[in-house]
Write a protein that binds this ligand. Structure first.
Ligand code: AMP
Ligand code: MG
Length: 404
């Protein structure tokens, strides 16, 4: 999707263009341990019933209900205990009428038994047991298939696999599941001013932070991130850094070097090589780029930390989730009333960091619109989205929120 008009592109257009760069990722069976947060690619049925066999829901005694029908506190029924059935016993003999088997929770119910008397209603005997209460048929039994019948639908394609879904898959015997594999993202931070946290700062240097934020954001989607952290503002160094990694990833995300100044290394390195640089009508984060470098999908983010973070949030995150098969790629939204007035540039969609507490009708902008104000982003839990034509909003105005 080439950008032809000379004016800025809308947020929605750029979002669609970035999404179009990332087709659905291939499906492969992965061990359950590696499936958390990934999306099931094919419907699954249960190869075994759950529970797989009738079993006891209590520690106690397997009996025939009619054999203990007359039992009561003052007048217990005493039965010989013929077997001991711990969980895991596989050779359970039939219960003979007029006898009991001692049985533990999860142990298979012997044929011939139709109820379990919990141990608390007995004298806990091992040779003979005195039973102090009558129990109806079916008491404390878990029937085979009462959770899931054999062959029944278990998990649908498109399910995001969380702990309960993974537990269920394991419970019916799956060791792995077919999922769209995690997106592999190369994060490349450019800037000759960037140094490693933990080393002393010389005047003019700053600690590199975008790659940490962006890699974490990639991992939050379920993708994997490889980081090239200190690529100087030098075209040859940029290409050299990229060369050894480009064929191992699905997407290259760069930070910095795409604005209008001199030394815009990403622009200089990628212009005319399949990557297009343009402006998106938004604040912060106007300068953006995208395309393919020798087949590799590339998204270039501006370097200001909040611009980079917001661009990832709006453009890259939904594209990655979509490629990994997520049915929902959008954050939840809501509406709230501004606690304080705000201004927004004409013709740009503004995103303001803000705090909105559940159950409250108001939302409080935090900090200004400046794209370097990272602390206010870290203190936020939502973004206020101000439409392009709006330049001023009074306190009390209703606004759209993206909940982070
Ligand atoms: P640029 O887009 O390269 O002109 O960078 C814009 C601003 O963001 C400059 O103040 C940079 O120092 C800062 N910046 C760029 N990349 C990073 C990074 N990886 N970590 C922290 N700050 C950065
Ligand atoms: Mg830079």
């Amino acid at each position: 999707m080439a950008h032809t008009s000379s004016g800025p592109r809308s947020v929605a257009e750029h979002r669609a263009a970035v999404a179009a760069l990332l087709p659905p990722l291939p499906v492969a069976v992965r061990d359950l341990a590696g499936c958390l947060g990934l999306v099931l690619a094919e419907d699954q049925t249960a190869p075994v019933a759950l529970p797989p066999f009738d079993n006891s829901a209590m520690d106690g005694y397997a009996v025939r209900a009619r054999d203990v029908a007359g039992a009561s506190e003052p007048d217990p029924v005493t039965l010989p205990v013929e077997e001991d059935i711990p969980a895991g016993r596989t050779d359970v003999p039939r219960l003979r009428p007029g006898t009991a088997h001692r049985i533990m929770t999860g142990a298979p119910l012997p044929d011939g038994a139709d109820a379990v008397v919990q141990v608390e209603l007995t004298d806990a005997g091992t040779e003979r047991v005195a039973i102090r209460a009558a129990v109806p048929e079916g008491t404390h039994l878990r029937r085979a298939g009462e959770d899931v019948a054999r062959g029944a639908a278990l998990l649908r394609a498109g399910t995001v696999l969380g702990p309960p879904q993974l537990g269920l898959a394991a419970a019916v015997g799956y060791a792995g599941l077919p999922v769209r594999r995690p997106a592999r993202v190369l994060i490349l931070s450019t800037g000759s001013e960037l140094v490693e946290p933990g080393t002393p700062l010389q005047p003019g240097q700053i600690y590199e932070s975008n790659s940490v934020l962006l890699a974490a954001a990639v991992r939050e989607t379920g993708g994997t991130a490889t980081v090239l952290r200190f690529v100087p503002d030098d075209v040859a160094a940029f290409h050299a850094a990229l060369a050894s990694h480009a064929d191992q990833v699905d997407l290259l995300v760069t930070s910095g070097g795409v604005s209008a100044g001199a030394y815009e290394v990403v622009k200089d390195a990628l212009t005319g090589r399949g990557v297009e640089f343009l402006r998106v009508a938004m604040q912060p984060g106007g300068p953006q780029g995208l395309g393919r470098l020798d087949g590799l999908a590339v998204v270039t983010l501006p370097g200001n930390p909040v611009s980079a973070a917001l661009s990832f949030e709006l453009f890259v995150r939904p594209a990655l989730l979509g490629a990994m098969g997520h049915p929902v790629v959008d954050r939840p939204r809501t509406r709230a009333r501004l606690a304080t007035a705000l201004r927004s540039p004409a013709g740009k969609r503004q995103y303001r960091r803000a705090r909105h507490d559940e159950g409250r009708v108001d939302v409080t902008p935090i900090g200004g619109p400046g794209s370097h104000l990272l602390a206010s982003f870290a203190a936020s839990n939502c973004l206020i989205e101000v439409p392009e034509p709006v330049t001023e909003l009074p306190a009390g105005a209703e606004v759209d929120l993206i909940l982070l």
